[in-house]
Write a protein that binds this ligand. Structure first.
Ligand SMILES: Nc1nc2c(c(=O)[nH]1)N[C@H]1C(S)=C(S)[C@@H](COP(=O)(O)O)O[C@H]1N2
Ligand SMILES: [Mo]
Length: 317
């Protein structure tokens, strides 16, 4: 295993800051890494495209430029596009890699990007400068930063973060030893499930009951994979007995682009006087009707957990 000179940078701002703007500012200190950051020179950086590159996307366009197709139709149906970064070693392996189904990468409306900018400015080094993958609807783990190789291949990326991490193991797997027998037969996470979170009120905090007899609740919601946008968020302040529909706030982009994006929402949930301490829940539903369960099935490390958003022990005054 690589001996890293520094701890991987993993941090996020308080959820209240995150939900204060639709576009997360690049300096918001939202970072996820399994290894060190790469500091690359855009003038000398090269991305090698190989394997069986094929037709038309950005990513699609690049695969098209790279040449013709060398896979049969049935091979194409199960093929993957693998992305790799060899310049920033990780905790579990010297390189970082992931892949997505080729069919997703080639979909005209799939919007899988090789991104060189973020919020209209050049990509910052910590987010993958000079180029990273952005695969909307798909787990962030597949969005390889500092990408230097793109390969169209018959199967999944062999990288450890694709094969032995980011998998929803069956509930009978209780520890990492038992997991050994399951990594190879459990598919890697690709699309993420519908989800929501409450940023206000905060767990254990106080919520003011206004003159209208209601408390303000604020949060965000994300759709399931390709099934966006989120079309409805409901909020409950009585442990799920009654639900109030939240207002979905308009982002700067509407229409098709909005399908992948998170939705910020706010609600006023009315409660009787003297309601006291309660748990506030949120429940999101997307365009395709996927909705959050109260709790999702237990799995080792809680991967893809998407039970109701929750703010517990809120004192309503
Ligand atoms: N090269 C490289 N790419 C990577 C990672 C990494 O450790 N190395 N982490 C992945 C994971 S697990 C996530 S969630 C996203 C996070 O991207 P962000 O830091 O820009 O939010 O990058 C992905 N791409
Ligand atoms: Mo991640």
């Amino acid at each position: 295993m690589p001996d890293l000179p520094e701890k991987p940078l993993n941090r996020e701002p308080p959820i209240q800051d995150l939900t204060s703007t639709f576009l997360t500012p690049p300096d918001s200190a939202y970072d996820r890494n399994h290894g060190v950051l790469a500091h690359l020179n855009a003038n000398t950086h090269r991305v090698r495209v190989d394997g069986a590159p094929m037709v038309r996307s950005r990513l699609r366009d690049i695969l098209a430029k790279a040449g013709g197709i060398a896979l049969s139709a049935s091979e194409q149906a199960t093929a993957h596009v693998a992305f790799a970064c060899h310049t920033a070693p990780c905790e579990a392996e010297t390189w970082y890699g992931a892949s997505i189904p080729l069919s997703r990468a080639l979909r005209e409306d799939g919007e899988v990007l090789l991104a060189t900018s973020m919020n209209g400015a050049p990509l910052p080094p910590n987010h993958g400068f000079p180029v990273r993958v952005v695969a909307p609807g798909i787990a962030g783990a597949r969005a390889v930063k500092w990408v230097d190789r793109i390969t169209v291949q018959r199967g999944e990326s062999e990288n450890v973060y694709m094969q032995r991490d980011y998998k929803v193991l069956p509930p009978e797997v209780r520890d990492s030893q038992q997991a050994e027998g399951y990594w190879g037969v459990t598919p890697p996470v690709q699309e993420m499930p519908v989800n929501s979170a409450i940023s206000f009120p905060v767990e254990g905090g106080v919520a003011e009951r206004g003159e209208d007899g209601c408390v303000g609740v604020v949060g965000y919601a994300v759709p399931s994979g390709d099934d966006g946008p989120v079309t409805r968020v409901e909020v409950s302040a009585d442990e799920g007995q009654s639900w109030t529909e939240a207002e979905l706030l308009r982002g700067p982009e509407e229409g098709e682009e909005g399908k992948w994006a998170w939705k910020l929402w706010r609600a006023r949930v009315c409660v009787p006087e003297g309601w006291g301490k309660t748990t506030v829940y949120s429940r999101a539903t997307d365009q395709a009707g996927n909705t959050q369960p109260e709790r999702s099935q237990w799995n080792l490390r809680g991967v893809c957990y998407n039970g109701y958003g929750e703010a517990a022990d809120v004192m309503i005054k």
